[in-house]
Design a protein around this ligand. Structure first.
Ligand SMILES: [Cu+2]
Length: 367
């Protein structure tokens, strides 16, 4: 070995160690968010499709377990046979075995053609049946709640046509009732995924796709865009609140009310700023602000989170958001073009402290 080779070997070992160390550091996930506050996404609510909480998710889970057990049985039988043969027919010390070449064994070949075919059929029949069932429109007798979903870079728009209002990122549904989503995208392909309630379904620009979801019981379920859609894809989360039919009805009727703007005080100053600076993108129903390029803020204070369910809806976060949105959630507002309706994030708007105070006061009145 030359000296060069020896050095290279030593360096290579060092490089490997560094890569391993870097992997450890990179994979250490933090439990707090970018302001050092407790993360809003509670770890005790798993985004876990093996923990189904509704009939659609359960159908997928049942199918998964069927395939899992068949695959496990095949694995055990094949590995056991393999180990048995390796041990049983190994060459022993001092033994000079003449290996007999064989070609073809009709009986064996028939067995290992038919057996997998039977297994695949056992898997295929329930798989196709489940797929067709999940894709079918809800039965009219289910009295499904219709909700329209539009995916945006990087947030979710939810409209309730029966009630006539639009909201963002937090989906409220009645537990125990079928919900039928009609989905599309304003820009690129996204994918709606709430693992405990249903499978994934893409939102495709220029097309409509549908998804049935249902929760058995009231509860909070977390979701996530499941199709890479650009810079803030990982922050394109959502929350589903399932409540009793009565609670849902109360919520929906309140959401359908227009906002009541304050006549005086800091919130009224906030509205001055809002109508001048924010109304080119946002809507507050019942006011002159009616642009639909960004989340509808009519009942913003009733949401637990913002920024696509990524930050707790509390003052410290809001202050930072209004001062410099991309410092909280990385976005691409420099590419915004309001003329063609392309918005890739809320821009830094150069607001003064006073303006921010007023805007926060305004947002807090939007219950
Ligand atoms: Cu995405």
């Amino acid at each position: 070995m030359t000296e060069d080779e020896a050095t290279w070997r030593r360096n290579r070992r060092l490089l490997m160690l560094l890569v391993l160390a870097a992997m450890l550091v990179v994979s250490a996930c933090a439990g707090t968010d970018r302001l050092g506050l407790e993360s809003v996404v509670s770890d005790d609510i798993p985004q876990n499709s093996l923990n189904p909480a509704g009939p659609e998710a359960r159908q997928i889970d049942d199918l998964w377990w069927l395939v899992f057990w068949i695959a496990t049985a095949v694995f055990v039988v094949v590995e056991a046979a393999l180990i048995y043969m390796v041990v049983r027919f190994r060459q022993r010390k001092g033994e000079d075995r003449q290996v007999k070449q064989v070609h073809g064994n009709t009986k064996l070949e028939i067995i290992w053609t038919i057996l997998p075919a039977v297994l695949l059929t056992v898997i295929a029949i329930p798989t196709v049946a489940t797929l067709l069932d999940l894709r079918s429109a809800p039965d009219p007798s289910d009295n499904a709640l219709q909700i329209e979903v539009i995916g945006h870079q990087w947030w979710w728009e939810f409209s309730y046509p029966e009630y006539g209002f639009t909201t963002a990122n937090e989906l409220h549904i009645p537990a125990g009732r079928q919900v039928y989503l009609t989905m599309t995208s304003a820009d690129v392909i996204h994918s709606f995924w709430v693992p405990q309630l249903a499978g994934k379904r893409d939102l495709v620009p220029g097309r409509e796709t549908n998804l049935k979801i249902e929760a058995d019981e009231p509860g909070l379920f977390l979701g996530q865009c499941a199709e890479f859609c650009g810079l803030a894809h990982a922050d394109m989360r959502l929350r589903v609140f399932a409540s009793t039919e009565a609670e849902f009805e109360t919520w929906a009727l309140a959401q359908a009310q227009p906002a009541n703007l304050p006549a005086a005080g800091p919130a009224a100053d906030g509205w001055e700023t809002f109508s001048a600076v924010c109304a080119s993108c946002h809507t507050i129903d019942g006011t002159s602000a009616g642009a639909r390029l960004a989340p509808n803020l009519t009942h913003f204070a009733s949401r637990t989170t913002f920024g696509s369910a990524t930050f707790a809806n509390e003052e410290q976060h809001l202050r930072q958001w209004l001062a410099d949105p991309s410092s909280l959630k990385p976005m691409r507002p420099e590419l915004n073009d309001l003329e063609v309706g392309r918005v890739l994030g809320m821009p830094k708007l150069g607001l003064t402290e006073d303006q921010i105070d007023g805007l926060i006061a305004l947002l807090e009145t939007l219950e």
